[in-house]
Design a protein around this ligand. Structure first.
Ligand SMILES: C[S@@+](CC[C@H](N)C(=O)[O-])C[C@H]1O[C@@H](n2cnc3c(N)ncnc32)[C@H](O)[C@@H]1O
Length: 259
């Protein structure tokens, strides 16, 4: 906790808004997408998806990956509580919707489905996109699947798998995921492993979003390594998320942006 507070104060000290940005690509992205305050019809669907999960007091047995949960003591969990603890926040889901809608990626990968709160934002952001979402816990994915069906979000391919084995097996170079949302195993080792496994899929238009980059000293180190990688030109640190771009025409530049 102390680490996160210190990190946040450092972030506030260094962060800027669009007025300090000279890159037209980043300026347009911030003004037309990040800071777009207008309400969207899709937000109503996002809210309904969340509301139905928060009203669900059934329990499921959850398979735990990695270091276990800081929030839950037992693996039998109430669905509404899983939605609250593991799911993306309302504001972030709206931002994820806008980012998807802004870039219109036709092929999307989500690493970490949980109950599909972020998946619904990716899906609505571009209904024509093909979205693959990965989740290791079959019971959690079963709820996500039925939610996605209930809301007619038919452009999603939910895959129950351990992340590394899926990414290892995939003939990655045949995929060109234009947007990847990394929201699964928040450890430095796993994040860098997925980063390396997915590098062969990048195109000039690719955008990758890493969740919780300031969650722990380890994740912060992973973020430093990622943003300094030679293939990455633009990186944007929003505290919760780190976004990276591979656009060859951009000079290498790192932005710390308040949203
Ligand atoms: C933070 S939650 C995802 C939240 C979701 N993206 C959202 O915003 O609604 C992370 C999910 O990743 C799954 N997970 C974590 N490590 C995994 C692994 N190594 N393989 C497969 N699934 C894993 C967990 O079961 C959990 O449901």
């Amino acid at each position: 906790m102390f680490f996160q507070i210190k990190s946040y104060l450092q972030f506030l000290w260094h962060s800027k808004n669009e007025h300090a940005v000279h890159s037209p690509f980043v300026f347009n992205f911030l003004t037309k997408c990040f800071y777009d305050k207008k309400s969207k019809p899709e937000y109503v669907i996002l809210r309904a998806y969340r509301k139905s999960l928060l009203a669900n007091k059934n329990t499921i047995e959850v398979a735990d990956f990695g270091s276990g949960s800081k929030v839950f003591k037992s693996n039998i969990r109430v669905i509404s509580k899983v939605a609250n603890a593991a799911g993306i926040s309302r504001k972030r889901a709206e931002l994820l919707f806008r980012i998807t809608n802004y870039f219109q990626p036709d092929c999307i990968l989500e690493i970490g489905t949980s109950l599909g709160l972020a998946t619904s934002a990716l899906s609505l952001g571009n209904l024509k996109a093909k979205i693959t979402t990965l989740e290791g816990c079959p019971n959690t994915m079963a709820i996500a699947k039925s939610q996605l069906q209930l809301f007619h979000l038919d452009n999603v391919n939910p895959v129950v798998t351990e992340f590394s084995s899926y990414l290892d097996d995939l003939r990655l170079s045949t995929f060109d995921f234009k947007l990847i949302y990394f929201d699964g195993n928040h450890s430095k080792k796993a994040t860098l492993e997925y980063f390396d496994l997915l590098l062969p899929t990048i195109t000039n238009e690719t955008v990758w979003i890493f969740d919780d980059i300031h969650w722990s000293p380890d994740m912060k180190k992973a973020w430093e390594i990622i943003k300094n990688h030679p293939k990455i030109t633009v990186s944007i640190d929003t505290f919760q998320w780190g976004l990276v771009f591979f656009r060859r025409e951009q000079p290498k530049e790192h932005f710390v942006i308040r949203i």
